[in-house]
Design a protein around this ligand. Structure first.
Ligand code: CO
Length: 143
């Protein structure tokens, strides 16, 4: 993006991509969102290297991302064991994941991923550590 407003960090968020919620029973959570709010599933995927199965429900141009673990040692399994069900992370869209990640690292922000990696549905993603982000796990999402 170019224009009059160019932030010093050089990698601002463009939109909220998804709000990720960890659940024990993916199908039960899907049915609840469908029946209570008329949400609809637009994508479902198992991301093996993260040990999660996810369902994306559309909310305008953004998504609710319901997450459930596929193995006991996945990070989502550990999250559920220690924190219980609930808000897991927020995904923000960026134009250039590598550039935004680098800008954050240059600013001293602790990141979980040192370089961008493949996310679900063909995206490129990187996570910012919650300890550097006022307690919220942040995912940078480049479509
Ligand atoms: Co996510």
């Amino acid at each position: 993006m170019s224009g009059a407003h160019e932030s010093a960090a050089g990698g601002e968020f463009t939109e909220i991509d998804h709000v990720a919620i960890a659940v024990q029973d993916l199908d039960a959570a899907i049915v609840w969102y469908e029946e209570t709010f008329g949400a609809r599933v637009v994508h479902r995927e198992t991301v093996e290297h993260d040990g999660v199965e996810e369902a994306l429900l559309a909310v305008s141009d953004s998504y609710i991302q319901l997450l459930t673990p596929t193995s006991d040692d996945s990070t989502v399994a550990r999250f559920l064991a220690t924190r219980g069900e609930g808000l897991h992370h927020v995904g923000f869209r960026v134009e250039d994941c590598a550039k935004t990640l680098q800008a954050a690292q240059d600013a001293g922000v602790r990141t979980i991923d040192q370089v961008p990696r493949p996310g679900s549905r063909g995206t490129t993603v990187a996570f910012i550590h919650p300890k550097s982000a006022f307690g919220t796990l942040i995912e940078l999402v480049e479509e």
